[in-house]
Design a protein around this ligand. Structure first.
Ligand code: MLT
Length: 424
């Protein structure tokens, strides 16, 4: 039976259809609202506004549920690999062994980055932030792979999945004054990334399976998250029929913000600040409660999760396992645990739903894996790449119109031009 929402404006009544998703989510379809009523809605930050109907990721913020194409992140983090999850997100189903082998081989055929791209990269200063470098290099791909080299969307998807990790490691190698590494196609996706990051020509580098397994889990947990800021950016830019590269580059830029993907770097910097201040967590917990202190507790709370971030629970356990396996006793972990205990027990934080989110623990693991702080958000981008690609593909396949929100104008009403000499 069709459902409708009724809107009363003055003495008029209007009806708008209600749609129901496969998980019983409800939405009022206001496609005809302005034509029928002359009104628009306004919803700063789009907290109550659905931009699309999507079959990729389902999350339930109240129950702390996150599933990719119907599979729970708990199962995928435990049983799958990042590249298999990337296939699932992009193509909609878990691959057969033949499909997975073909996907892996396609990617391996494109891991080498055009040497001319290196000339663009060499122009960056040694202290350039890796997120700015990455977004520029991905955007440059829209210039490199244009015209007769443009290729199909499918080829560009493979090129991006194959080349982004290579380009991501360049910034780190440059910051160390070390030569960049070429991809090693005898390694799996995550091991290849670690090898490009840490191998040095003066010694043989062997990927630690504990680190590679942790990286797989971290990238799986970051792979998609429905219509977050950066994914919405990718879909909006792509809706103008801009290239996949231009759309993903825009998503990388959106992710770089400290309120989004940049939060994992902010968390570690916050923990380091507390450690440098004699590890006085109670001082910083007090500051977090004092609006005049200017101190903000990073890595706590979330726009959509109301009780806990399911990814944080998995990452926290992985952090404990990785640090134990590597024999690392990182003092900031103790500080993080004290902050978490406070956030989970102190009424001030509980009332405001300020519990650890995905960014709170991811930095601790990345640090344990030897990844430098300014590369943390790059790791988020590498993880989120298949999600961005899947969402961009879905937007195109659905032939969604160019995104063009409306506004309510609150500026000056009409007035005549006054020459400069006549102005007060
Ligand atoms: C994400 O995974 O994109 C972040 O948790 C932010 C979000 O979903 O709004």
């Amino acid at each position: 039976m069709s459902e409708f929402a009724e809107l009363s404006l003055g003495d008029k009544k209007f009806q708008f259809p209600v749609i129901t998703g496969s998980e019983d989510e409800k939405a009022i379809d206001i496609a005809k609202l302005r034509d029928d009523t002359g009104h628009i809605t306004i919803d700063s930050g789009y907290k109550n506004t659905g931009a699309t109907k999507s079959a990729i990721t389902f999350l339930d913020g109240e129950l702390g549920i996150l599933r990719y194409r119907g599979y729970s992140i708990e199962e995928l983090a435990e049983k799958s690999s990042f590249l298999e999850v990337a296939y699932l997100l992009i193509y909609g189903e878990l691959p057969t062994s033949e499909q997975y082998a073909a996907f892996q081989n396609e990617i391996k055929m494109h891991t080498i980055v055009n040497e001319d791209m290196r000339k663009i990269f060499e122009g960056f200063p040694v202290n350039a932030h890796p997120m700015g470098v990455l977004s520029a290099m991905v955007c440059a791909m829209s210039a490199f792979y244009a015209g007769e080299k443009a290729g199909s969307d499918e080829l560009n998807i493979i090129r991006l999945m194959a080349k982004m990790p290579s380009m991501a490691t360049w910034s780190y190698k440059k910051s160390q004054g070390h030569p960049v590494n070429y991809p090693n196609n005898s390694l799996d996706y995550c091991s290849n990334f670690l090898n490009m990051m840490f191998a040095l020509p003066v010694e043989s580098y062997k990927v630690n399976p504990v680190i590679s397994a942790a990286l797989n889990k971290l990238l799986i947990l970051h792979a998609d998250h429905e219509q977050n800021c950066s994914t919405s950016t990718v879909r909006l830019v792509g809706s103008s029929q801009a290239s996949l590269y231009a759309s993903i580059s825009a998503g990388i830029n959106a992710l770089s913000g400290p309120l989004h993907g940049g939060a994992n770097q902010e968390v570690i910097e916050m923990l380091e600040e507390i450690k440098a201040d004699d590890g006085d967590t109670s001082k910083y917990i007090a500051m977090a409660k004092d609006k005049t202190s200017g101190f903000r507790l990073m890595g706590f709370g979330h726009r959509v999760y109301k009780n806990f971030d399911p990814r944080a629970r998995i990452i926290k356990k992985a952090a404990d396992d990785v640090l134990a396996a590597l024999g690392i006793n990182d003092p900031i972990l103790k500080i993080a645990a004290e902050l978490e205990t406070a956030a989970l027990n102190d009424e001030y934080f509980v009332a405001r739903k300020l519990y650890p989110n995905v960014d709170f623990y991811s930095g601790i693991i990345y640090r344990a894996l030897g990844i430098p702080t300014d590369m943390f958000t790059v790791m988020f981008a590498i993880g989120r790449l298949p999600g961005w690609i899947a969402q961009w593909k879905e937007m195109k396949a659905n032939k969604e119109p160019i995104g063009r929100p409306r506004q309510v104008y609150i500026g000056a009403t009409e007035r005549g031009y006054v020459s400069m000499t006549e102005r007060a």
